[in-house]
Ligand binder design. Structure first.
Ligand SMILES: *Cc1c(COP(=O)(O)O)cnc(C)c1O
Length: 239
């Protein structure tokens, strides 16, 4: 049935979903004792057609996230309005050059080697690239991101590079059974964030990107100030 949904019906779904997400975020902010404006909402647009992304932009969403360079570049041509785009997926060093002028942040820096290439390409492009370090907080082999061991040392090395600015952390914790478990992982990421921020070279960090469709509420309660929501907004992804 869903295959035959008209664009209009999908637009309405996106609107309803956004209303509901906004309410949940609002409530979470109240519970966390912060202002709603302190939390940035990202619409994760991977696999979503530009016509629907444009509808989300019309609703006032101003930040999108894509996990593939090629997909982002192809879709950008069809997007209207003012918005920022962040890369949130694993980035190969040979694609850094292509993306360096196309995004305002790379959230998925997962190695010193990648950071070095970003630094080099940003310098060539005469800009400073804001980045987040991706932390594989669960130490899962199947995931990208820095392992918790040795992470701080890598961060401090990256902080020395020119034309790249570490703004904070991004993390996708392991899949959890319940709210208590997921909150524990988020609070661990928060701890690492605060620990890094304690370093003079990293004291300007201001972004903690965690929480997706199933757990953005819990993430906000544990200190996230950027949530990345895809399927709860656009519906189930069809690859
Ligand atoms: C796909 C993706 C999301 C959004 O996932 P949903 O569960 O659909 O909200 C968030 N962050 C990253 C890094 C992703 O790849």
């Amino acid at each position: 049935m869903t295959e035959s949904l008209s664009n209009e019906a999908v637009f309405r779904d996106i609107e309803e979903n956004y209303t509901q997400i906004s309410q949940t975020l609002e409530d979470a902010c109240v519970q966390a004792g912060i202002k709603r404006s302190d939390v940035r909402f990202m619409a994760v647009t991977k696999t979503v057609q530009p016509v629907f992304i444009n509808h989300a932009l019309q609703l006032g969403i101003d930040l999108i996230g894509e996990n593939k360079v090629q997909e982002l570049l192809e879709k950008k041509e069809f997007l209207n309005g003012s918005y920022e785009a962040h890369l949130i997926g694993h980035l190969q060093t040979n694609k850094v050059k292509k993306i360096i002028r196309e995004v305002t942040m790379i959230q998925s820096v997962d190695s010193l080697h990648l950071a070095e290439e970003i630094s080099k390409q940003a310098k060539n492009a005469e800009l400073t690239m804001p980045v987040l370090l991706e932390l594989n907080i669960g130490g899962e082999e199947s995931k990208t991101g820095f392992m918790p061991d040795g992470f701080i040392e890598a961060a401090l090395q990256i902080a020395e590079l020119p034309s790249i600015e570490i703004c904070g952390l991004m993390s996708v914790p392991p899949i959890c059974e319940n709210e208590r478990e997921i909150r524990t992982w988020f609070s661990r990421v928060r701890c690492e964030y605060e620990r890094l921020k304690g370093h003079p070279k990293l004291s300007n960090m201001n972004t903690l990107s965690m929480g997706m469709s199933s757990d953005y509420r819990e993430a906000v309660l544990e200190g996230a100030n950027l949530v990345r929501v895809g399927s709860a907004l656009f519906g189930r992804r069809r690859y």
